[in-house]
Design a protein around this ligand. Structure first.
Ligand SMILES: [Zn+2]
Length: 309
């Protein structure tokens, strides 16, 4: 048993094509940097086609994943929106297919994006859409449970492509209504920081609101400023300290350690640092910092798991 392996798993999320040639190159880099986990960006691949599982592609990805000793989590499609009333059946079918893929690839957690809705929605219509998301998550939770998967509803950032979405209290309220053992929350610390700043909320209080539901964590650093300044291309957003940067730890001002300390991590929890691909040169220091964070926040856990199981 390696005493230096923390009782929670630490990893990065893949950012390149989720394809048999590209995927192992990324996973090799992750392992070399000391990752014990990886989040697979299924949205960058071909495992689901028209709402149906593409078995051949799943098998090809599965063969790649089997080559690495990593704990895997799976990210679902960015466009998934269980509050999209006009295309609700399609969203549910796609979510169902990704649950099947997650199980087939041997992962226990599927990250699902929280609902998005247009600005200015009438209260009655907003409540109808919230109920759609709740009912869908209950049914999908049953399906996930049958396959040994937990769904993790993620808090999204307030950026121009997302007109309205749940804040931390909104995610917590939805999950309280869902009340399903297979449905919890993904807490993205950077998104929480942006939302708190935009809505003038207390960031720590917002993290505490979500904490009882958290089954998965996305770590990233940034300045919490939405993309209000016109910056031509992504490169300049860093200079201005705006947008959902997904920058290396310590580059922004999100108090990662303080916030993580508010989240009750269980032994075997997975911390994923979502590093934007343009920062991949800084993978080694990012993973080292993540492991250090994991040690600090998991110090109270009774047993260290030394190897993957
Ligand atoms: Zn996400």
């Amino acid at each position: 048993m390696d005493p230096h392996v923390p009782p929670v798993f630490c990893g990065l999320s893949t950012e390149g094509p989720c394809e048999p040639d590209a995927l192992p190159r990324e996973l090799d880099r992750f392992v070399s940097a000391g990752c014990t986990a990886a989040e697979i960006s299924l949205q960058n691949g071909f495992t689901v086609c028209g709402g149906r599982v593409k078995a051949q592609e799943v098998e090809a990805i599965g063969r790649v994943l089997a080559r690495f000793t990593l704990r895997y989590t799976m990210h679902g499609p960015l466009g998934l929106n269980l509050m999209d009333a006009d295309h609700h059946d399609r969203h549910v079918a796609v979510a169902r297919a990704f649950i099947e893929v997650t199980a087939a690839l041997g992962a226990a957690v599927l990250i699902v994006h929280g609902g998005v809705w247009p600005k200015g929605l009438a209260a009655v219509e907003f409540e109808r859409r919230r109920a759609l998301e709740v009912e869908a998550l209950q049914r999908l939770g049953d399906e996930a449970g049958r396959r040994g998967v937990t769904l993790a509803l993620e808090n999204l950032p307030p950026i121009s492509s997302i007109p309205e979405t749940h804040d931390a209290w909104g995610i917590a309220a939805q999950l309280e209504r869902v009340a399903h053992p297979q449905v919890g929350a993904t807490l993205d610390l950077g998104h929480a920081a942006m939302t708190a700043r935009t809505r003038q909320q207390n960031l720590a209080a917002s993290v505490r609101a979500m904490a009882p539901h958290v089954v998965h964590v996305h770590v990233q650093d940034q300045f919490g400023h939405p993309d209000g300044i016109r910056v031509p291309g992504h490169g300049e957003a860093l200079a201005f300290g705006v947008a959902d940067l997904h920058a290396p730890p310590g580059w922004g001002d999100v108090p990662l350690a303080d916030l993580l300390a508010l989240v009750p991590l269980r032994e075997g929890s997975v911390l994923i640092y979502e590093l934007a691909p343009k920062f991949f040169r800084f993978i080694p220091e990012t993973v080292a910092a993540l492991r250090e964070l994991a040690h600090r926040v998991s110090g109270t856990l009774p047993v260290r798991v030394g190897s993957l199981s």
